[in-house]
Write a protein that binds this ligand. Structure first.
Ligand code: FMN
Length: 189
């Protein structure tokens, strides 16, 4: 399983060829397996494949996400804190949506797809394109496609396509039995 999980990277070289509807539905089935407090299931997904909406959605992308214009499908991930448990300051909706989205991404990878979450888009404009209520949160767009040509990628993105994964070391994100100062991201190195 770890191998399957490690295969996921935020790649950008996408092929515009369409993705079968059954494959797209399989991704949502994977997402729907995620756990949630009181089984509230606060995740909502809109899979955008129709040319008119897809092109309109692409107009909302930040310039740095130019590469996503090749995508044959984009999944909008929507939630609202009101749709899940709220215990004092702890709003569980984003956590639960994150778990569902990770399952979705692993399923996409197992189908041979690239899947790349992005926050770089105009959320208000994208919500209008997709008829999402102004009060709900459009957290990310999941940009999808089969592996494609690297032509057209910036030098920076070309390099990233072949980079090794950058991650904090385990001591910075985990400890046994109690908090350590090393885990404080605000502590000076
Ligand atoms: C919430 C979120 C927002 C992101 N926004 C963007 C984005 O707007 N553009 C982009 O190219 N990548 C975006 N990424 C991808 C990250 O840059 C990428 O996951 C990170 O650098 C780690 O690389 P890896 O996923 O290949 O391990 C985003 C990822 C997440 C989870």
């Amino acid at each position: 399983m770890l191998q399957a999980i490690e295969k996921r990277r935020a790649y950008r070289a996408l092929d515009p060829r369409p993705i079968d509807k059954d494959v797209l539905i399989g991704l949502i089935k994977a997402a729907a397996t995620a756990p949630s407090g009181m089984n509230n299931q606060p995740w909502r997904f809109i899979t955008v494949t129709g040319a008119q909406r897809l092109n309109a959605l692409k107009e909302t992308l930040s310039p740095g996400n130019y590469w996503a214009k090749a995508a044959p499908a984009i999944i909008a991930v929507v939630t609202n804190n009101r749709w899940s448990m709220q215990l004092g300051e702890r709003s569980y909706a984003p956590f639960e949506v994150g778990m569902a989205t990770m399952a979705l991404q692993i399923q996409a990878v197992s189908e041979g797809l690239y899947i790349h979450p992005i926050a770089g888009f105009n959320a208000d404009a994208a919500k209008t394109v997709l008829d999402i209520d102004a009060d709900d949160s459009l957290l990310v767009l999941l940009v999808l496609g089969y592996p494609g040509s690297e032509e057209g990628l910036s030098d920076k993105h070309l390099e990233s396509e072949h980079s090794t994964r950058m991650r904090l070391s385990l001591e910075h994100i985990h400890a046994f039995d109690g908090w350590t100062q090393q885990m404080n991201p605000e502590a000076s190195a």
